[in-house]
Design a binder for this molecule. Structure first.
Ligand SMILES: Nc1ncnc2c1ncn2[C@@H]1O[C@H](COP(=O)(O)OP(=O)(O)OP(=O)(O)O)[C@@H](O)[C@H]1O
Ligand SMILES: [Mg+2]
Length: 250
């Protein structure tokens, strides 16, 4: 009898303990659920904030591009009123630089990741723009461009440097209406990116030939990119090779 009573107490205790555990478990689960919901909400807010930031930065790139195009149009209008051919040429070169910057911002505006700049897409756009503006349909383009992304912070320096190299090929290699072949290559080599522009023009000596603003700019911009630009040139043509450090995309 005593034994039976004792086991009764035992069972009641156990049931109570189980209920307590179940209650605590329910409390704990509710707490976990609430915390998960909070974290999910925070994550969604963060994602929204990031999305808004992306849209905003894209909008800025779009506006910068539009403003550069506007500056270009104003200067072109002004250029029409200038008679001095030397001045017209200088202004034309400056306009090409402004156009190249607009192409940089157009490429950045189209980038799905605001931190990255699509070198291949930019190069294709730049070559098409420069040849179209120069009215050169007689230059055959050999495309050896691979998909290469670099840090968006390097976009402007690279864009301006490549514009100088490309316009040099068009102006000096395919000069006087001389047709030819332009080879454009871009590739990644580990933590470096290499861009090559090759023409089959008369060549020049980059060491001794006089440097105007163009080549001085190329030197400065290459250093800014943490890289170098070197030329191989002969009477069969010139190839410039721009190589700089760039973190591969994550
Ligand atoms: N791809 C090329 N083929 C042949 N000659 C070239 C080439 N690139 C450059 N050169 C020579 O090097 C010189 C210096 O080039 P640089 O870009 O500094 O000056 P530019 O093109 O004459 O003037 P700008 O300041 O408008 O660029 C050119 O005048 C030209 O003689
Ligand atoms: Mg030049």
């Amino acid at each position: 009898m005593q034994f039976f009573f004792a086991s009764q107490i035992d069972v009641t205790d156990r049931v109570e303990a189980q209920e307590k555990v179940a209650h605590q478990k329910a409390l704990f689960e509710a707490e976990v659920e609430a915390r998960t919901r909070q974290l999910k909400d925070a994550l969604a807010t963060n994602e929204r904030a990031l999305e808004e930031k992306t849209i905003l930065l894209h909008e800025v790139d779009h506006r910068v591009k539009n403003n550069l195009t506007m500056i270009g149009s104003l200067l072109r209008l002004q250029a029409n009123a200038i008679d001095d051919p030397r001045l017209v040429r200088t202004l034309g070169t400056m306009l090409e630089r402004i156009d190249a910057l607009a192409t940089v911002h157009r490429t950045l505006h189209q980038s799905p990741d605001i931190r990255r700049f699509d070198v291949g897409g930019f190069l294709q756009g730049l070559v098409a723009d420069v040849l179209a503006i120069a009215g050169r349909t007689d230059i055959e383009v050999v495309d050896r461009i691979e998909a290469v992304d670099i840090e968006a912070t390097k976009a402007t320096a690279l864009g301006l440097a490549l514009n100088e190299l490309l316009t040099n090929a068009v102006k000096h290699a395919f000069t006087g209406g001389r047709s030819g072949r332009l080879t454009v290559a871009a590739r990644r080599e580990g933590d470096a990116v290499v861009v090559e522009l090759g023409d089959d023009g008369p060549g020049f000596d980059p060491g001794t030939d006089s440097r105007s603003l163009g080549l001085v700019l190329v030197g400065r911009l290459s250093r800014q990119l943490d890289g170098t630009t070197e030329w191989t040139s002969s009477e069969h043509g010139t190839t410039s090779r721009t190589r700089f450090r760039s973190e591969p995309a994550e």
